[in-house]
Design a protein around this ligand. Structure first.
Ligand SMILES: *Cc1c(COP(=O)(O)O)cnc(C)c1O
Length: 390
């Protein structure tokens, strides 16, 4: 890594090989740049990767995937949607843009995933949907959430931005785990297209609505019209759609990344093993593993500093930065952001688990292109900082 050679270890960098670069160049030379044959192929391969039981609809981000899915499932004004407070703002903002109200719910202290008991307690007659986030790549308790959803006739729309490829009870998240699942191909996620996202849906009618909604509410995409001999110019606007289709250039990157997904997962699992072993005796809570037999996709490696650690979280991140090692925090829980605090009228006391976890959580550098030398520098530095005085 060029960045690492300069002595700086970034928090995350994308893993791009010559294969992705060549695929983009081929696409650029093909004469078709926007959504076309490569995006179609990417969707087909993604659906196949999910076991073939769902359709895959490509979009330009996970954020728009959530927006399209909410609209396709008819969530709108007057509705409430349960969202974990421990997430990125996009999860809840997609609900606001649907005209509905996000209801923030606290998370489990260990997994930082939506707590089903608290979710059940947050259900009202207005609740229409739940958006679980599989934090860091560890699947939520989907059986418990499904029971709540079935008991109250709610939809489940997964924010699976971290969860490719993760499994719950042996089945891939996105294969049949929800009414709709939204994936992210943002630059630092487990696979990338630069910017991009995917919706997986089992119901063909909902899938068709998603396809229409992602492109202006038009019932035929440009490529369909281009390749149609009889009426290349005719289309109809049938819904109030968005404009969030994925370009073929991005899909070209995605096809290669999808092929490399298992190889990249193996590297993430190897990194997790090195970190787990190197940090076992430090004053840290290590991230929980998936239950036996399930796959954790290890998008992030988040540790929590124990109260007895010689540094607090902010001091730790500063000390790491002084050693030219980039850390991050996932997440600043939503209730601590001014917009969410003020618009929803929430306070720290409403979310004791998220508030406590936030003060102690750090995301360590964690990416497949990390060199062994960089891994050693991170583990060595963390050990030195946290063993100090102890
Ligand atoms: C990254 C992320 C998103 C947004 O993904 P984009 O593809 O950048 O829109 C949504 N939810 C979570 C939990 C994320 O981490």
């Amino acid at each position: 890594m060029a960045a690492e050679e300069k002595g700086h270890i970034p928090f995350a960098v994308p893993d791009i090989t010559d294969r992705e670069i060549e695929a983009v160049v081929r696409c650029l030379k093909s004469g078709w740049l926007t959504t076309g044959p490569v995006a179609k192929e990417f969707e087909k391969e993604f659906s196949r990767r999910m076991g073939g039981g769902v359709e895959a609809i490509s979009v330009n981000s996970c954020t728009t995937a959530l927006q399209v899915a909410l609209k396709a499932l008819d969530v709108g004004p007057g509705d409430e949607v349960i969202v974990p407070v421990w997430t990125f703002t996009a999860t809840a903002m997609s609900v606001v843009h649907a005209g509905a109200r996000p209801v923030l719910v606290d998370v489990d202290t260990v997994t930082l995933n939506l707590d089903p008991e608290r979710a059940a307690a947050a259900v009202t007659p207005r609740t229409r949907a739940i958006i679980p986030v599989h934090f860091a790549g560890l699947a939520c308790d989907m059986d418990a959430l499904r029971a709540i959803a079935d008991g109250h006739n709610l939809k489940i729309i997964e924010d699976a931005a971290h969860a490719l490829p993760a499994t719950y009870k042996g089945r891939l998240i996105g294969a049949d785990s929800a009414d709709a699942t939204a994936f992210s191909f943002y630059a630092t996620k487990t696979m990338t297209t630069g910017e991009g996202g995917m919706i997986t849906v089992a119901d063909p009618e909902i899938a068709a609505r998603c396809r229409t909604l992602r492109l202006h509410g038009i019932n035929r995409d440009v490529f369909d019209r281009y390749t149609s001999a009889s009426s290349p110019w005719y289309y109809e606007v049938v819904a109030p759609g968005f404009k969030c289709n994925l370009t073929d250039m991005a899909a070209a990157i995605g096809l290669v990344q999808l092929e490399r997904l298992d190889e990249m997962l193996a590297r993430r699992c190897a990194l997790r093993k090195v970190y787990h072993e190197a940090f076992a005796d430090l004053p840290l809570e290590l991230p929980p593993d998936a239950p036996e037999g399930d796959i954790h996709s290890w998008h992030l490696y988040v540790v929590k500093l124990r109260p007895e650690a010689p540094l607090d979280r902010d001091e730790f991140i500063k000390a790491m930065a002084a050693e030219k090692i980039g850390c991050s925090v996932h997440f600043i829980p939503l209730h601590l952001h001014p917009y969410w605090r003020d618009s929803l009228g929430v306070t720290e006391a409403d979310f004791p688990n998220a508030t406590a976890a936030y003060k102690r959580a750090v995301s360590l550098p964690f990416y497949t292109a990390m060199t062994d030398a960089a891994v050693e520098r991170v583990t060595g530095t963390v050990r030195r900082l946290l063993k100090r005085g102890g």
